[in-house]
Design a protein around this ligand. Structure first.
Ligand SMILES: Cc1ncc(COP(=O)(O)O)c(C=O)c1O
Length: 372
């Protein structure tokens, strides 16, 4: 593939911290992880940051912490029908039921106008997923959450450094979650983070990520359902470098994003592109596009781009109705029309910091050739 989703290049900072762990013969959670947590919190202004072994585990631990705040097994968590599968899987893994809501065609995020009708007596939280780095409509989401006494988990795995009305992503809900898998803006190879302003949540998440032991204990006293979701020292070493490079990575990706938007401007006759509003800062996670008319054939465009060496992925599609994994929930095709349309007629490809001018021109020329 000529254009990949992202790359990991290991530099001196990561090597230094890896070496420090090796010198101590200690690669389980330790000093590197503590440093990564405190630097991550400080860099973005979060009160507490709790490292986990993946973004999925960050979501699972956030969901499982809800038991501490009145939730019962089988209660519901609202999430967008189209988003990365880890969101729905983690709700299930934590013992809850995912309650899917359709998305908005242009923002690709949960449609705030459809959330309230999904709230039932069993709803305990909304998982607001900032898909493709675009902040969700947080004003509406927070208002609905307040009205129905729901907690809010901001899945910010694709949105490092994004802001909404001056507030950093992940800081508006009760918790925010991040992933450091290579396609993301801060990369650690694997790994995740939960952030929160509330100390009590910090303590519960730390307990959940370590088998439900009491906060700070390593002994066999299990106070709540938990997992082993801890980060290791080698991952944190790479993450520390990812964090050090954050500004440069973010700005280069953003420059690439705008350059490609400009190069492909005249294709807006055929395609919806991601828009950045004046009140928000979109995190440059990737480059999504959605066909304005299905006659241009989403699956054909996907195959065509891949055949030209541009690695593509769909825009997830409707998890409940377009993926076999969720068939057991008995949703029916047609229940999430926008997610289903985007699932068939949308895709995204990488917009990472190592792309060259040539790459951007190549993508633009390739797209233009398709619509000719
Ligand atoms: C929105 C979202 N949530 C959760 C995850 C899971 O993160 P990880 O792959 O680190 O488990 C991802 C991963 O890409 C994601 O995009």
């Amino acid at each position: 593939m000529r254009i990949s989703f992202g790359e990991l290049r290991i530099g001196n900072t990561a090597r230094k911290y890896v070496q420090a762990a090796l010198d101590k013969s200690w690669i389980s959670e330790g000093a590197n992880v503590a440093k990564f947590e405190s630097q991550f919190a400080a860099r973005f202004g979060y009160g507490h940051a709790i490292a986990t072994s993946s973004g999925t585990d960050a979501d699972i631990c956030s969901c499982a912490s809800l038991y501490e705040f009145g939730a019962k097994r089988g209660d519901e968590i609202i999430l967008p029908a189209a988003c990365f599968v880890a969101c729905a899987n983690s709700i299930l893994a934590a013992g809850f039921t995912p309650k899917f809501v359709d998305i908005d065609l242009e923002t690709l995020n949960i449609d705030p106008n459809k959330i309230e009708e999904a709230v039932t007596g069993k709803t305990r939280a909304i998982m607001a997923v900032h898909t493709m780095g675009k902040p969700c409509e947080m004003d509406s989401i927070l208002q609905i959450a307040r009205a129905h006494n729901l907690m809010v988990i901001e899945d910010s795995c694709e949105a490092h450094g994004a802001t909404y009305k001056g507030k950093v992503i992940g800081s508006m809900g009760d918790m925010g979650t991040f992933s450091f898998y290579p396609a993301h803006v801060v990369v650690a190879g694997e790994g995740g983070m939960v952030v929160t302003a509330r100390e009590e949540i910090d303590h519960v998440v730390r307990s959940v990520k370590s088998h439900g032991r009491p906060f700070g204990s390593i002994y066999f006293d299990f106070q709540r359902i938990g997992f082993n979701s801890r980060m290791n020292e080698l991952t944190a070493a790479v993450g520390l470098e990812g964090l050090e490079c954050f500004d440069e990575t973010f700005n280069t990706r953003k420059k690439n994003f705008y350059q490609l938007l400009k190069l492909t401007e005249r294709l807006s006759e055929y395609l919806y592109f991601l828009k950045e509003e004046s009140y928000e800062k979109v995190s440059p996670h990737a480059f999504p596009l959605v066909l304005k008319d299905k006659k241009y054939d989403g699956p054909r465009l996907y195959k065509y781009l891949e055949s030209k060496g541009i690695q593509c992925k769909t825009l997830f599609g409707s998890l409940p109705t377009q993926h076999k994994a969720f068939k057991f929930m008995n949703y029916e095709c047609g229940q999430f029309p926008v997610s289903e349309y985007v699932g068939e007629n949308g895709l995204h490809f990488g917009m990472h910091q190592y792309m060259t001018d040539d790459d951007l021109h190549y993508i633009s020329d390739t797209l233009k050739a398709y619509f000719k």
